[in-house]
Write a protein that binds this ligand. Structure first.
Ligand code: GDP
Ligand code: ZN
Length: 285
């Protein structure tokens, strides 16, 4: 597995040893950029070095961060500092699932949330079919649970700046020493170095050291497909009067009825409508 890819070479983990590898010329010609996370076959060359001879097919491919074969998005958010933004969490859920990743929600800084706020978050995502972990990177609470979710997988941390992604990684991987808090330092580092994304071993799995899904536009989706990202709607949608119901202006909509009965979270549904209208307003080509 490529644990760090640069433009002309990469670091490949094989049987506990990390080899610095160049790309076979033929691969370079084929324009086969290697990504961190790629599974590759290599030929050993000298001590500690090798040659990448083939890149295996990718299960998934992300652009931000540039990483192959990620399985899991850990969507980190807070109720305080920065303030709760549920629409952003919904967007990240849609983006993660659209990229073929499972999602885990991580409400961090629970040391700053009131019990009422935390309970409201739990209710909001009860139907979203993504596990929710309540953490505090400050006190360490429930970080072990997060490690269990990462187990056996390649994970990407996603979420707004300031929610604690670097702090979480630093706690999970002492000695990693990612810069925390100081945004200007992070931006500078991003600008002035061309270091590749690294996969950091965490428990039995891996976490990318660069955050995911920085670009928050909804994916290119037909409006009718948006509801596929709302598992809580599926069972009700079957009994809407119209088979192609978007659960918006249509009469006899079983989804709206479920919202009215409180069986689907009203906030999730309202934000769904906002996203639906956003997709409907997009120019079609
Ligand atoms: P990132 O931008 O998502 O990587 O966020 P950082 O890891 O840089 O954290 C932003 C700020 O929040 C830093 O000052 C951290 O010390 C602080 N922070 C991170 N996690 C927690 C937490 O669980 N509780 C509290 N109170 N502060 C935290
Ligand atoms: Zn409907």
């Amino acid at each position: 597995m490529v644990v760090r890819a640069y433009s002309n070479f990469c670091e490949v983990l094989t049987g506990g040893e990390t080899l610095t590898c160049r790309l076979r010329g033929r691969l370079k010609l084929a324009g086969h950029g290697i990504l961190t996370g790629d599974r590759v076959t290599i030929a050993e060359r000298g001590p500690g070095t090798g040659l990448v001879t083939a890149v295996l097919p990718r299960r998934s491919e992300l652009i931000r961060p540039p990483i192959a074969n990620a399985d899991l998005a850990v969507i980190v958010f807070t109720t305080q500092s920065p303030p709760l933004n549920l629409a952003l969490v919904d967007r990240l859920l849609i983006l993660a699932r659209h990229s073929g990743l499972d999602a885990v929600l991580c409400l961090n800084k629970t040391d700053l949330s009131s019990p009422e706020e935390t309970a409201m978050v739990v209710r909001s995502f009860a139907g979203a079919r993504a596990p929710l972990v309540l953490t505090s990177a400050l006190t360490g609470v429930n970080l072990g649970e997060l490690v269990d979710f990462v187990s056996g997988r390649v994970a990407v941390l996603a979420g707004q700046s300031g929610v604690g992604k670097s702090t979480i990684l630093n706690v999970l991987r002492p000695g990693l020493d990612l810069e925390v808090g100081d945004l200007s330092a992070k931006v500078q580092r991003g600008r002035h170095t061309t270091r590749g994304v690294r996969l950091i071993p965490v428990g039995d799995g891996w976490v990318a050291d660069a955050p995911g899904f920085v670009h928050l536009d909804l994916p290119a989706l037909a409006p009718a497909r948006l509801q596929e990202y709302y598992p809580e709607m599926a069972q009700f949608a079957e009994t809407c009067r119209f088979q192609d119901c978007l659960h918006d202006p249509e009469p006899d909509c079983a989804v709206k009825a479920a919202v009215a009965r409180g069986e689907i979270d009203a906030g999730r549904y309202q934000r769904y409508l906002g996203f639906l209208h956003e997709l409907q307003a997009r120019p079609r080509y």
